[in-house]
Ligand binder design. Structure first.
Ligand SMILES: Cc1cc2nc3c(=O)[nH]c(=O)nc-3n(C[C@H](O)[C@H](O)[C@H](O)COP(=O)(O)OP(=O)(O)OC[C@H]3O[C@@H](n4cnc5c(N)ncnc54)[C@H](O)[C@@H]3O)c2cc1C
Ligand SMILES: *[C@@H]1O[C@H](CO)[C@@H](O)[C@H](O)[C@H]1NC(C)=O
Ligand SMILES: *[C@@H]1O[C@H](CO)[C@@H](O)[C@H](O)[C@H]1NC(C)=O
Ligand SMILES: *[C@@H]1O[C@H](CO)[C@@H](O)[C@H](O)[C@H]1NC(C)=O
Ligand SMILES: *[C@@H]1O[C@H](CO)[C@@H](O)[C@H](O)[C@H]1NC(C)=O
Length: 494
């Protein structure tokens, strides 16, 4: 057959095969609550699966991008937090490529771990865990850590294959189980410290190195669950990148690409109705024009639901949807433009201060978790990092806002300080159960994945899963949901 003809026929044929016999019209309208990465990515994936005719309304109470945001210092923009993306983040890579954006290179700099009195560990290059020096200090612990993280990552990467074949999971437990069996599910129930000690990593290595990495990524201790810990350690181990121009460009770009209708308002709740025997969801919101509501066939919630969010309610659902456990960890980022007080770190001569990134040990007297000499979101080839004796832009992470005295301790003097307070990450507690993904027939909850690990790529993976799950459920393609033995299935399918 002539190639042009085959090219025309094949997509149609594929569509026929993909949709089960009782093919159903797509949903008329879908509401997405939140326009952070989760909301933007799920809109994009939902449109890929259901097609462009579906009306997509995305509700956002603040700025598009959510926790991906920048601050401006001296006419240049800097990531105010979610900064670095692991090299193996395949969905994030795809987004950047699809949107015609570019990856921004990491400007090399040295890092070290500070105890409040001195540096317990000094690095010779940026990647905290990749060093000969670590090997020298901690010997076999370092190797064991690497092997442990690599094994977890290798299993985690299976998700891309499953998703490429259209498989979805209706719960986080099912997802984990298919990636790494019961051992993976167990990794959400025990601490990273326990898991590492068990594979033979020493207590000293846990205290000096693992603690520092977790303080800088989650602002928490080595008691975070092993799975979240592994993801954060993977980030510290490999090379990382960011989006040229700012990570938030991915969100605005995806929403623009899908031509989603962004509604600036705060969603106050979702109530259940039915029409012709089908569930219909009414989304209630308040905006500058007052209160409003609209009806949808499907809703995806991409903002964290927890008890302190009592003003977001679900009505008419039986059984009721409430009771989301857990609390969130407050975290503060201060972007400071000023001169580092290198004396505080034991370097009276600022010219000799060698570090661009300072991590900390779990020391009660320390008032900050980590600080970095950061680069703008646009860096030219000629860019060089500011020298320690020059005024530079530092991002300081802490649990509490820094007071004047604390700022005066870290900086000899400064021009400006911009503070953002976040309810940033779940307060990880190994004993909690994981939140659900399916809240009702066509009502989904994306943000629960942060209880596994909190990162841009995890959110993107969850967005793809929710879109596939919504699609497979809509078409009652149950063979593509919660399938067992997927490793075997995807091998034989190709
Ligand atoms: C301090 C910090 C550092 C981080 N560092 C990294 C990092 O280096 N690398 C990495 O990969 N990840 C990092 N992360 C994690 C990453 O930022 C998040 O996982 C990701 O941005 C979450 O995206 P999201 O869309 O799920 O949530 P959000 O970005 O929080 O988006 C939710 C959106 O919903 C909106 N919203 C909430 N309630 C309502 C409502 N009722 N009605 C309408 N809209 C509503 C919010 O305004 C927000 O825009 C970091 C996070 C923080 C806070
Ligand atoms: C998972 O945890 C349970 C309960 O603690 C335990 O019985 C089981 O052996 C563990 N499984 C694996 C594979 O680690
Ligand atoms: C920064 O990068 C983005 C994305 O490549 C680009 O759109 C923007 O114009 C750049 N800004 C500057 C000031 O170079
Ligand atoms: C509702 O909850 C959000 C998030 O916690 C909060 O910012 C907002 O002020 C609350 N609004 C009301 C009216 O209580
Ligand atoms: C800098 O650090 C030194 C040593 O801790 C401290 O004595 C001093 O007060 C700090 N602040 C300034 C502005 O020098």
């Amino acid at each position: 057959m002539a190639p042009p003809c085959a090219a025309l026929l094949l997509p149609a044929l594929a569509a026929l095969l993909a949709v089960p016999a009782a093919a159903r019209a797509p949903p008329r309208s879908i509401a997405v609550v939140g326009a952070g990465l989760g909301g933007s990515a799920v809109s994009y994936f939902l449109q890929q699966h259901f097609g462009p005719q579906v009306q997509l309304d995305v509700y956002e109470q603040g700025g598009v991008g959510g926790r991906l945001a920048t601050v401006t210092v001296n006419k240049q923009q800097y990531e105010s937090r979610a900064a670095s993306i692991h090299a193996l983040s395949l969905h994030m890579q795809d987004f950047v490529k699809t949107l015609g954006l570019r990856q921004r290179r990491e400007v090399l700099g040295k890092s070290a771990v500070f105890s409040g009195e001195h540096f317990v560990l000094e690095e010779t290059d940026w990647y905290l865990l990749n060093l000969f020096r670590l090997w020298w200090h901690y010997g076999i612990s370092f190797l064991r850590l690497q092997m442990w993280v690599e094994e977890v990552m290798e299993k985690f990467m299976r998700i891309y294959k499953y998703q490429a074949h259209g498989y979805a999971f209706s719960s986080l437990e099912e997802l984990l189980h298919s990636l790494g069996g019961e051992a993976f599910v167990n990794m959400t129930r025990r601490s990273v410290a326990e898991a590492l000690l068990e594979v033979g990593v020493t207590q000293r290595f846990v205290d000096d190195v693992i603690a520092a990495v977790l303080r800088s990524s989650y602002g928490q201790s080595v008691l975070v669950p092993a799975f979240a810990g592994a993801m954060s350690l993977a980030g510290a181990q490999g090379s990382t990148w960011a989006v040229e121009g700012g990570n938030k460009l991915v969100c605005s770009g995806l929403l623009k690409l899908t031509k989603a209708n962004v509604i600036h308002g705060r969603v106050t709740g979702v109530s259940l109705h039915s029409s012709e025997g089908r569930a219909l969801y009414q989304v209630h919101y308040t905006s500058s024009e007052g209160q409003g509501s609209a009806f949808y066939d499907m809703v995806v919630v991409t903002t964290a639901l927890h008890p302190s969010r009592s003003n977001f309610s679900f009505q008419n659902f039986e059984p009721p949807i409430d009771n989301f456990p857990g609390t969130f960890q407050p975290s503060v980022t201060s972007v400071v433009h000023g001169y580092l007080n290198s004396s505080y770190f034991g370097f009276p001569d600022p010219k000799l201060f060698p570090f661009a990134s300072i991590l900390t040990t779990d020391t009660p007297a320390l008032f900050f978790n980590a600080m970095d000499n950061i680069c703008p979101v646009n860096v030219s080839a000629a860019f060089r990092r500011k020298q320690p004796q020059e005024a530079a832009v530092w991002r300081v992470l802490s649990q509490q806002p820094l007071d004047r005295q604390q700022l005066k301790t870290l900086f000899r003097s400064y021009y400006s300080v911009q503070v953002t307070e976040w309810q940033s990450h779940p307060h990880y507690d190994s004993a909690k159960s994981l939140p659900p993904i399916v809240l009702h027939e066509n009502l989904f909850y994306l943000s629960g994945v942060e209880w596994l690990a909190s990162s841009m790529e995890m959110i993107a993976v969850a967005a793809k899963n929710v879109a596939l799950l919504a699609y497979n459920r809509w078409h009652q393609d149950l063979e593509k949901i919660d399938q067992k033995d997927l490793m075997h299935k995807v091998k034989t399918e190709l």
